[in-house]
Design a protein around this ligand. Sequence first.
Ligand SMILES: C[C@@](CO)(OP(=O)(O)O)[C@H](O)COP(=O)(O)OP(=O)(O)OC[C@H]1O[C@@H](n2ccc(N)nc2=O)[C@H](O)[C@@H]1O
Ligand SMILES: Nc1ncnc2c1ncn2[C@@H]1O[C@H](COP(=O)(O)OP(=O)(O)O)[C@@H](O)[C@H]1O
Length: 288
Amino acid sequence: MTIFIKAPAKINLTLDVLNKRSDGYHEVEMIMTTIDLSDRIGLSETTDGEIRIISQNRFVPDDQRNLAFQAAKVLKEKFHINQGVSITIDKMIPVAAGLAGGSSDAAATLRGLNKLWNLGLTLDEIAEIGSEIGSDVSFCVYGGTALAKGRGEKITHLPAPPNCWVILAKPSIGVSTADVYRNLNLESIQHPNSQAMIQAIQQGNYQSVCKEIGNALESVTLKMHPEVQHIKEQMFRFGADAVLMSGSGPTVFGLVQYDSRLQRIYNGLRGFCDQVFAVRMLGDRFTK
Ligand SMILES: C[C@@](CO)(OP(=O)(O)O)[C@H](O)COP(=O)(O)OP(=O)(O)OC[C@H]1O[C@@H](n2ccc(N)nc2=O)[C@H](O)[C@@H]1O
Ligand SMILES: Nc1ncnc2c1ncn2[C@@H]1O[C@H](COP(=O)(O)OP(=O)(O)O)[C@@H](O)[C@H]1O
């Protein structure tokens, strides 16, 4: 039997870093939302007991470094599963982009194997297992919109943000999250106001959402890769209402409400950026 699961990307509407913990991770407060740009994960049972990764994308590791492989391994060991699984990853989400592609593949693998192996786990149980794999995996297990605290694994669900378009532009560089955190100076952080963003989302106030977006990691990545700043400027110039880097970058997203303006920004960015996407926020979270 083969089952297919959608693994959507996320953007960070806010990302605040509060302090560095003794385990090396940073205490964060992030408001994230899933967008309609997804990988497709196929899971096929095999009898040889092995976990196999199949992907045509040369940036996606096909061994134990793959987060989907790690997800399958954790479940297989925890629940003493003898069967193997072949995991096909149709990659649409740019890799090492600040869009949580790997984390979402892992989350989709956990949700899918829960069905394939009849484990009967709740989403909360899956999210807890996911937190062992990476800081963003718990959020990706639920999808939707949420405040993420701790190192990213403590999730409080939020309503869907007001309806708008999201334009994504990814320069042709990959960014390592660990490198960005390593270069972060805690003394000089510009903290976004998470509470004000939560209120803006709860009130469905698009203008306030645009006003409150902010990312404490942005200035670090901008210093390392000045081309990200250039994309930000172009996105504003073509008419986006708000522009921000997602996660540790380098993808930049812009928000816009009107289709006419969306076309202008999209066409303008396509002129000098290979990977440009125009998508909606997904709004709803997974229920199983
Ligand atoms: C920055 C964010 C924002 O959504 O996303 P991306 O840019 O990767 O998409 C995430 O917090 C990334 O989460 P994730 O990609 O799962 O990170 P992990 O594998 O857990 O950690 C990678 C490395 O980043 C650093 N790290 C990560 C999370 C955190 N709260 N503090 C940290 O200091 C650590 O050095 C860690 O070794
Ligand atoms: N399923 C996967 N898809 C993409 N990258 C993966 C995957 N599994 C592991 N990786 C590794 O994780 C790193 C971060 O990739 P990704 O999750 O796409 O970015 P980000 O952490 O910026 O959101 C990549 O450099 C890649 O080597």
